[in-house]
Design a protein around this ligand. Structure first.
Ligand code: DC
Length: 223
């Protein structure tokens, strides 16, 4: 959501020596699968049926310096395709299909049971891992998120349209019937609008230190 959750999650995972599971990749991979198999995204039942029949696997990163899990669909690494414009525009539709979400949530729960990891996503604290020991709800104003997105994509020239697209996507994510975007009651809310990435990471580290039952060594992240 350009609230910085992936960037913050990635750095936290590094400092903790854990893996990062960014669950957005699951919905992106499902979208990519439907598109490459020629299933129309508005045919929700067909999409859910295809996803049910497809094999999703999460694997450790291929690159030695990465901490992010990668997703394979029917044996093929979907990761390089997940930021395609086609996937980008189709993913809110697929993420709103209840049948798809049910399958994805199951895979995510199985994965999270493998050990300590940073799990990033909109419904993690509420639906996927309601018993997670630490929950952080990152947020930022739509304006700031649009700016960050435009910067990520080197699209400084067209901020207005990125802001409009950001608002549209937020609205779809918040309004959908299946797992709408809300903070868990026991989540710590962290607004990153006025924070640098480094400040947001620092605050997240403090939250984890204060909340984890056993002391966890959180490195500085410096080499
Ligand atoms: O975080 P992201 O941009 O990679 O997410 C892509 C899409 O997937 C977005 O429409 C929200 C959706 N998503 C979701 O509904 N639940 C999650 N746990 C993760 C992502």
């Amino acid at each position: 959501m350009a609230s910085g959750k992936t960037a913050v999650g990635r750095e936290l995972a590094r400092r903790l020596g854990w893996q990062l599971f960014d669950t957005g990749i699951m919905y992106r991979a499902a979208t990519w699968q439907a598109q490459r198999r020629g299933v129309h995204l508005d045919e929700h039942e067909s999409v859910a049926e295809l996803i049910r029949k497809s094999r999703f696997q999460l694997r450790p990163p291929a690159e030695a310096d990465s901490v992010e899990l990668e997703v394979y669909v029917d044996g093929e690494n979907a990761t390089p395709h997940l930021r395609n414009p086609e996937v980008e525009s189709g993913v809110p539709t697929v993420a709103a299909i209840a049948g798809v979400r049910a399958l994805m949530v199951q895979i995510q729960q199985n994965q999270a049971a493998q050990g300590c990891m940073i799990v990033v996503g909109r419904d993690i604290g509420t639906v996927v891992l309601p018993d997670a020991p630490v929950k952080i709800f990152l947020d930022a104003s739509a304006e700031v998120r649009a700016q960050r997105r435009a910067k990520e994509r080197n699209q400084d020239a067209d901020r207005a349209s990125v802001l409009a697209a950001t608002n549209r996507r937020d609205e779809l994510d918040q309004r959908r019937a299946a797992s709408p975007l809300v903070a868990a009651q026991d989540a710590v809310e962290l607004d990153t609008s006025d924070l640098s990435l480094e400040q947001a990471i620092e605050q997240a580290v403090q939250i984890i230190r204060a909340r984890l039952p056993a002391p966890v060594s959180v490195g500085s992240g410096e080499a």
